[in-house]
Design a protein around this ligand. Structure first.
Ligand code: MN
Length: 241
């Protein structure tokens, strides 16, 4: 396949033709690219499900526009090296050093964006928050002293990230929990140090600007109310197995 929807639109077709082309595009995608392309995962809940802590409009734009764009640009970058599309997205970015240099930064940005957001949606849930449960609760106490101390240090990492990036709770290869922060869409999975993210907070302005404007601290405070500790526990047990 040698064209995409943008090419068709660029070719100056009218709306009706573009709609037909769109159907052609979809059927060709299904036929030719779906097995090897990366796809936008569905949100596991409605856009408004995290209200009032995270607003519906932010969730809609964040998922349908921002995350979708990372997926599209990742597929575009990999068009030059389609064999890489056989890797699941986590393996692709964990093995980032094996990605050819001509597309590596594009895969860091967009593959990182795809994996980070795919995790982020699952790290939140309606009626989430509260105190951590299970093994994560014990591991947080062991590593940080208390949940409150952990929250303080995690929020600090989120606040001190200058510009765009993420705060993470990771399991190191020694099995210990650590707080790290990454710039842009870099993932702890890319460091080659065996770090596994189990909780992450997106501090790009696109994650909070509509509701909180420049007040990142208010967003961080609200976000604790939607943390999905069940998922964090699942990630912890995967990291340890
Ligand atoms: Mn984001």
């Amino acid at each position: 396949m040698s064209f995409n929807r943008r090419d068709i639109l660029r070719a100056g077709l009218g709306a009706a033709s573009a709609a037909i082309a769109d159907r052609v595009f979809v059927s060709q995608v299904e036929a030719a690219e779906a097995p090897l392309g990366y796809t936008l995962p569905k949100l596991p809940y409605a856009f408004n499900a995290l209200e009032p802590h995270v607003d519906a409009k932010t969730m809609e734009i964040h998922h349908d526009k921002h995350h979708a764009a990372y997926v599209d640009k990742l597929n575009e970058a990999l068009a030059k090296h389609p064999e890489l599309k056989k890797k699941d997205p986590v393996t692709l970015i964990r093995e980032i050093a094996e990605v050819p240099e001509d597309i590596r930064q594009a895969v860091v940005n967009n593959g990182g964006g795809h994996v980070n957001h795919s995790l982020f949606w699952q790290m939140m849930k309606p009626k989430g928050g509260g105190n951590p449960t299970g093994e994560v609760a014990k591991a947080i106490d062991a590593s940080f002293g208390s949940f409150k101390d952990f929250q303080t240090q995690f929020a600090d990492a989120a606040m001190k990230r200058f510009g765009s990036g993420w705060a993470w709770l990771v399991v190191g290869d020694n099995g210990k929990l650590e707080i790290v922060s990454t710039a842009n869409q870099d993932s702890p999975l890319m460091t080659g140090e065996g770090k596994m993210p189990i909780l992450g907070l997106d501090v790009w302005e696109h994650a909070y600007y509509l509701k909180h404007q420049n007040k990142r601290a208010d967003y961080v405070t609200s976000w604790w109310n939607v943390v999905n500790w069940d998922f964090v526990n699942d990630q912890l047990s995967k990291a340890k197995s």
